[in-house]
Write a protein of this length. Structure first.
Length: 372
């Protein structure tokens, strides 16, 4: 199949061929008039034009018969130039056709035949010998061959580069999809399972001395399982944004863990686009999971502030805190914070973390106000 670059090159060469052919016909008629002498050249030029056009239009269908088509073109051109030397310069487009159709080891032979034919015709019609009659056709043949080879290499390089770029884009797409799936699994399924595990462990510890609390913790774990299952279904349907308002979603999230979580709202509430609500909810979910799993927090406060041009989500816990440098550099750790930043980057938001060992942690996420 012809690529786009091949089609453009073919169109340019074909235009050059027909312009040269038309110029040769007009020159012959101007010099000789509509006399019997011009009938055969005009007939051959018409045959040459039709033969060339048919080959270009049926390029794919010709397949391995392109060599025969080229030989027919060259034969018709040789007969035409023998009768009417003015058609000799139509050889220039035939140089391109030869270079494209023939294997490189045969191209030189055909180009040489065309060049010798042009030189012979020019010498026959000249009043006296001039070195330019020989050098000009040779120069044109050399220049044409060089230009074609360079263009062919450029087209090959471009095609290869496009293929490599497409491969790289596919790989980048696969990597991005893996990152997205990892974030979703970390933010919903993994954290839900972690919460269930902690609730069930607490229920097991309370089973002997406080059966009522054990049953309450088990029921809470079942509720967390149902909520996580609904998150998974919503994710599979492509509906990641929480239903209802963001404060309601945060309050529902607050009831899934062991530590008491207080949800506060400041400012006049207004609607946010689904992607911003999703990002802020996932930040809160990740912060709560970190507070429960790593910080052993006893109290967590979520503050959602609606300002004129931004919305800020602050999640504070009174847990053990951490050294941010050691967490992000440890293998397999820090993914939650990285996922939070990735989500906020996607909605033009920012994330700040204030923490130190033994001093608790505050995670603040800010997004600009946008009309849903």
């Amino acid at each position: 199949m012809m690529g786009e670059s091949d089609k453009r090159l073919t169109a340019a060469v074909s235009a050059g061929f027909y312009l040269l052919l038309l110029a040769s016909v007009l020159r012959m008629i101007t010099r000789h008039g509509a006399v019997e002498y011009t009938v055969l050249p005009l007939t051959l030029s018409a045959v040459l034009a039709v033969l060339y056009g048919a080959g270009v239009l049926c390029w794919e269908a010709l397949g391995r018969h392109r060599v025969r088509w080229l030989l027919a073109l060259v034969g018709c051109w040789l007969a035409l130039t023998e009768i009417a030397p003015s058609f000799s310069w139509c050889a220039i487009p035939l140089f391109f056709v030869s270079l494209r159709v023939l294997p490189h080891r045969f191209t030189a032979v055909v180009v040489l035949v065309l060049t010798v034919a042009v030189i012979s015709v020019q010498i026959q019609v000249a009043d006296r010998f001039d070195p330019s009659l020989v050098l000009a056709p040779i120069g044109v043949a050399a220049m044409t061959s060089t230009v074609f080879v360079v263009l062919e290499r450029l087209i090959d390089d471009l095609t290869r580069t496009r293929g490599e770029l497409a491969t790289a884009q596919r790989a980048a797409g696969v990597l991005a999809e893996r990152e997205r799936l990892a974030r979703e699994i970390h933010d919903s399924l993994a954290q839900g399972l972690t919460s269930m595990g902690m609730l069930l462990q607490a229920a097991d510890r309370a089973f002997d001395h406080d059966p009522a609390r054990a049953r309450a913790l088990a029921a809470q774990a079942a509720g967390t399982a149902s909520a996580s299952l609904e998150d998974a279904r919503r994710f599979l349907r492509g509906l990641n944004a929480p239903e209802g308002s963001l404060p309601d979603a945060l309050r529902a999230l607050a009831g899934r863990g062991l530590a008491p979580v207080e949800v506060r709202t400041e400012g006049a509430e207004y609607d946010l686009p689904p992607d911003q609500r999703e990002a802020l909810l996932r930040v809160a979910q990740g912060a709560l999971a970190n507070a429960a799993e790593h910080a052993t927090a006893e109290r967590v406060v979520i503050t959602l502030s609606y300002l004129d041009d931004t919305v800020t989500l602050d999640v504070y816990d009174d847990g053990s805190g951490f050294d941010r440098t050691s967490v992000t550099s440890a293998p397999g750790r820090g993914f939650g914070l990285r996922a939070m930043r990735d989500r906020l980057d996607a909605v033009a938001g920012t994330l700040t973390v204030e923490t130190a060992p033994g001093e608790g942690t505050t995670i603040a996420a800010t997004v600009p106000r946008r009309t849903p």
